[in-house]
Ligand binder design. Structure first.
Ligand code: 13P
Length: 252
């Protein structure tokens, strides 16, 4: 059975004081039960203090972005080895905000995915369609292109230590969540696409849903067979909201 991963993407939010309160609320309120794991992805400058605060807890640490390069003259960038050095286990790659606002193409995302793995980090590969793409019936085509760019450069075996997040762009920060059925359709499609290359491996890959996930809709989404967790933005910024999703994920 696949473990449920409840991951908070804090995006560009927080401060030393706010983060300390958030982490202490999360760590002290992790629900009883099993079969789930919590992960927080704070902004880069806060990775070290958050890592320190997480010591001894079972909440994992991740970053929101990584350079595709190993080291050198890349002003303002962060190497995967540095994230690893700071205690990160995961890194988000290809978030739609980075694709749309920072010109990250699927080829760049694939290079970041590989750079992360080369340093021993688990990439969380985000894929998802815009509203216009959904309405024009091209959802699967868009997902295929985003997924295949990584499959072709990294190979299917790389997905043994990676996570995929399906994040429909129209559901991010809009309060418009995909229904469990809409999300499941895409999750099933993603798993089937991986299964064409390696069915056993595909059955083990965690596929998270992201886009206005919150306490009230988490149980419905997480009850679907191919939804293995959530990548949560807004609702990861308040301990009680994040823990409500964790509670929906805990098998008791
Ligand atoms: P929201 O949960 O705020 O919609 O954000 C989702 C997201 O983009 C997580 O990466």
């Amino acid at each position: 059975m696949r473990e449920i991963l409840v991951a908070g993407n804090w995006k560009m939010n927080g401060s030393t004081a706010a983060n300390a309160a958030l982490i202490s609320g999360i760590v002290s309120g992790v629900p009883e039960g099993s079969g789930f794991r919590l992960l927080v992805c704070p902004p880069l400058p806060y990775l070290a203090p958050v890592a320190e605060q997480l010591t001894g807890s079972n909440v994992a640490l991740g970053a929101q972005n990584v350079s595709e390069h190993e080291a050198g003259a890349f002003t303002g960038e962060t190497a995967a080895s540095m994230l690893k050095d700071l205690g990160c286990e995961y890194v988000i790659v290809g978030h739609s905000e980075r694709r749309a606002m920072y010109g990250e193409t699927s080829a760049i995302v694939a290079a970041k995915f590989q750079a992360a793995q080369a340093a021993g980090l688990k990439p969380i590969l985000c894929v998802g369609e815009t509203l216009a793409e959904r309405e024009s019936g091209t959802t699967e085509k868009v997902i295929n292109e985003q997924l295949d760019a990584v499959l072709e450069s990294a190979g299917i075996d790389a997905f043994a230590s990676a996570v995929i997040a399906y994040e429909p762009v129209w559901a991010i920060g809009t309060g418009m969540t995909a229904t469990p059925e809409q999300a499941e359709d895409v999750h099933r499609h993603i798993r089937a696409r991986l299964a064409k290359r390696n069915a056993d491996l595909a059955s083990r890959v965690q596929i998270l849903y992201g886009g206005s996930m919150k306490g009230e809709n988490a149980a419905g989404l997480l009850s679907m067979p191919d939804i293995d967790g959530g990548l949560i933005g807004g609702a990861s910024l308040k301990a009680s909201d994040f823990l409500a999703i964790a509670k929906a994920a805990a098998r008791t």
